[in-house]
Design a protein around this ligand. Structure first.
Ligand SMILES: [Zn+2]
Length: 128
């Protein structure tokens, strides 16, 4: 199934979320192809296992810009940072590390409510 080309990605995804059908995004050819390309380019290897100096087979491709929060970024693989650096925002991860990333994100979000704005922006850069 192709994602509709006649409307913004964000509005299609918001519709899916309203109807509890976000799985349709993950089943779309557009996402599957992008996901496969990321996996292939990373040799199906978990980025966080690699950072720890060992091999772990990736089970999933993680959206640094979470689909539910930033639907317009659902099919974005690279972003250009303020200093002109091109950075990948889709990350192959094993199930273990995917869970770690999500737990860390949510516990940091809870912490952030009690922290100053400066501390919050420092934390956000570490979340991926
Ligand atoms: Zn891993």
């Amino acid at each position: 199934m192709r994602i509709p080309g006649d409307r913004p990605l964000e509005s299609w995804i918001r519709d899916l979320m309203e109807h509890d059908r976000l799985y349709a995004f993950y089943q779309s050819d557009d996402w599957q192809e992008l996901r496969d390309a990321v996996m292939l380019d990373h040799n199906y290897e978990c980025e966080m296992c690699a950072a720890e100096g060992r091999y772990g087979r990736a089970d999933t491709v993680h959206h640094e810009h979470e689909v539910r929060r930033e639907p317009s970024m659902a099919l974005t693989r690279f972003v250009t940072t303020d200093d002109g650096e091109r950075r990948e925002v889709l990350h192959p991860l094993c199930n273990h590390h995917h869970n770690v990333v999500h737990k860390r994100t949510y516990s940091e979000l809870r912490k952030q409510r009690t922290q100053s704005k400066d501390e919050r922006s420092n934390l956000r850069e570490e979340i991926w």
